[in-house]
Design a protein around this ligand. Structure first.
Ligand code: SF4
Length: 304
């Protein structure tokens, strides 16, 4: 076998492994959080970035394999940013034969008009976008709105909340929208950003740059991303361990009186597995020496 053929075979092998990992991760997240039910119509939000392309790609694959019947429609919001290549997504979606809607709304001009130059525009822009997407979901009869946030987005948001909002919270895999009318899901919640970037390369998605609006990148998010990256480099597996901790919360061992009735706490006379023995785990369960730390332990991947 020639070197070129060997390299092509290896690349194909790696691509198959990556595809399986992403599909397993999405299937597990859907199953663990009950994201998709029989008869659901998903509105898949597409920005033209690697994450939302991957989301649509994996959901299309799973639609044909899933134990429940669901349908999907892709939606892109054309915010009229200068240089936005308006044909790219319609061409791509038409080629795939996916039903879609391109919603044209000039939020770019609104944001530019209302936010003074040099100030961050993302929060108003996101609020406007959210309102529009909720309206479109109603118009399309969508039962769920699927967003392309992944594991690293979730962890970065966790640390941003910890560092700047004194809050232990992040973007959950499933939530009800502010107006109480929509269920928002994040099927990529278990997927690593680096896998999504690699998948975008494999699939050659026609990526639309995300800096067309001219907004400054969110420096705090960049710093948190870098911090997580550095940790992972120095202590491989730490990021997965951190992520798993989000599914292993012990309210009685935190300080939030709304989550646990500390005032009413009394000795019961019965042993409690979580009691003060929880501290015993500190050394033996050091995240950085856990052999399995590099692998997210998904819940029940029965959905696939
Ligand atoms: S980067 Fe630009 S398009 Fe994205 S949320 Fe911020 S202002 Fe809006």
């Amino acid at each position: 076998m020639s070197t070129t053929a060997r390299q092509a075979g290896k690349a194909q092998f790696e691509a198959n492994k990556l595809a399986k990992r992403l599909r397993r991760g999405v299937g597990a997240a859907i199953a663990d959080f009950g994201m998709i039910e029989n008869g659901d119509r998903l509105m898949v939000c597409l920005s033209g970035g690697k994450d939302s392309y991957s989301l649509l790609d994996v959901l299309l694959y799973l639609r044909d394999k899933a134990p429940v019947a669901f349908d999907l429609v892709a939606v892109n919001l054309d915010q009229k940013q200068p240089g936005f290549p308006a044909d790219v997504l319609p061409d791509y979606l038409a080629r795939l034969g996916v039903p879609f809607r391109i919603e044209e709304q000039d939020t770019y001009s609104i944001v530019k008009r209302l936010i003074p130059p040099g100030k961050t525009t993302c929060s108003l822009c996101s609020r406007l976008r959210r309102g529009i997407l909720y309206r479109v979901a109603d118009e399309l009869g969508a039962t769920k709105i699927a967003l392309g946030h992944h594991r690293d987005d979730i962890l970065e948001t966790l640390f941003l909340n910890l560092f700047f909002a004194a809050k232990l919270a992040t973007m959950p895999p499933k939530l009800v929208s502010d107006d109480g009318r929509h269920v928002v899901i994040r099927p990529l919640a278990y997927c690593r950003e680096q896998d999504l970037a690699a998948w975008a390369d494999v699939r050659q998605f026609p990526i639309i740059p995300c800096d067309l609006c001219g907004s400054q990148p969110n420096l705090q998010r960049q710093q948190v991303k870098q911090m997580l990256h550095d940790w992972e480099r120095r202590f491989p597996g730490r990021v997965d361990t951190l992520f798993r901790s989000l599914g292993n919360v012990v309210p009685s061992h935190l300080l939030d009186r709304r989550q646990f009735d500390f005032a009413g706490l009394k000795a019961t006379g019965r042993p409690d597995a979580d009691g003060d023995r929880l501290f015993d785990a500190d050394e033996s369960v050091s995240p950085d020496c856990d052999d399995n730390a590099a692998v997210v332990r998904f819940g029940t991947a029965e959905w696939l």
